[in-house]
Design a protein around this ligand. Structure first.
Ligand code: SAH
Length: 276
């Protein structure tokens, strides 16, 4: 019997064998892998992962679940459980005392949806501060809407600031849909498995901080044209000219530009400033 799910920790127990095996397959596990799992819950995914890898460190916030996990998996040599909030944990420092679990190379997790954004940021870093060292692979079960945004193409309805920020830092793949009924209790939304392979875009920005500012302003008001959103930063006519030069429709909205186009725009704008 599974423990009662706590809303406060966004607990939904996955019970679909099919989804579990899709997550495991997507992780392309190797005997040398050192995994990180966030929110192991009752350990349903953990149990499938452990026999296939060198080690697995799991971070769980719920004390009662930690007790249950220790009872279930505590005797397994390649398993380490850390009790606490993943977001406020200094993982590298904690793992210094556990050499076998240091520097995990992959993340495989069915994460709590209420902190998806901050988890992604902790795993990938930001445009101006990418996480170092980067993970080889990150397989996550997330809300379907987030999965769609992570994997969206420019110009599509779901492409937004999150898409640019994450696609700048990682190649994103949509692995499979996961209907709400695969969990108990079922969440209000459908879910999906995504696979992220951290790697910087081919041509990174010359000034990543500036690109971050540009994205913040550019996406600030979704329905407005880019040149209106950026008017506090660049004169409208100059931006129109620059967009034309880059073969981008001057009436484009932020979500129409690809990651590469954002980078070029950021670099060109800076060039123009420094030549004045
Ligand atoms: N992986 C399990 C449980 C997923 S539910 C399964 O697939 O069934 C999300 C899990 O994340 C819960 O176990 C919850 O207690 C845990 N959790 C929530 N917030 C957390 C945080 N800040 N740090 C670590 N774990 C957290």
């Amino acid at each position: 019997m599974n423990p009662k799910a706590r809303k406060q920790f966004a607990q939904h127990w996955l019970h679909s064998e099919e989804v579990l095996s899709q997550i495991v397959t997507a992780a392309n596990l190797q005997p040398s892998d050192r995994l990180l799992e966030i929110g192991p819950g009752t350990g349903i995914l953990t149990q499938q992962l452990l026999p296939q890898v060198q080690s697995l460190v799991a971070v769980e916030i719920d004390r009662d679940l930690c007790k249950l996990l220790v009872r279930k998996l505590g005797k397994i040599d390649n398993f380490l459980l850390l009790k606490g909030d993943f977001l406020s944990l200094y993982l590298d420092e904690l793992l210094v005392s556990f050499p076998n679990f240091q520097k995990p190379n992959k993340v495989v997790a069915n994460i709590p949806y209420n902190i998806t954004g901050p988890i992604l940021e902790k795993l990938l870093g930001t445009i101006s501060q990418p996480a170092v060292p980067a993970f080889d692979l990150i397989v996550l079960l997330v809300q379907k809407e987030v999965a769609q945004r992570l994997c969206a193409q420019p110009g599509s309805r779901t492409f937004g600031a999150l898409s640019v920020r994450v696609q700048y830092l990682a190649a994103c793949e949509f692995i499979c849909d996961v209907p709400a009924k695969s969990f108990s209790p079922p969440p209000k939304v459908d879910s999906a498995v995504v696979r992220l392979r951290p790697q910087l875009v081919q041509q990174p920005a010359n000034e990543p901080k500036y690109l971050e500012t540009l994205l913040k302003l550019g996406f600030a008001s979704k329905r407005k044209m880019l040149r209106n959103n950026l008017k506090s930063l660049v004169e409208r006519d100059r931006l129109t000219q620059l967009l034309e030069q880059l073969e981008i429709n001057p009436q484009a909205r932020a979500e129409d530009l690809s990651v590469a186009q954002w980078v070029t725009l950021s670099n060109k704008l800076l060039q123009r400033f420094s030549f004045r």
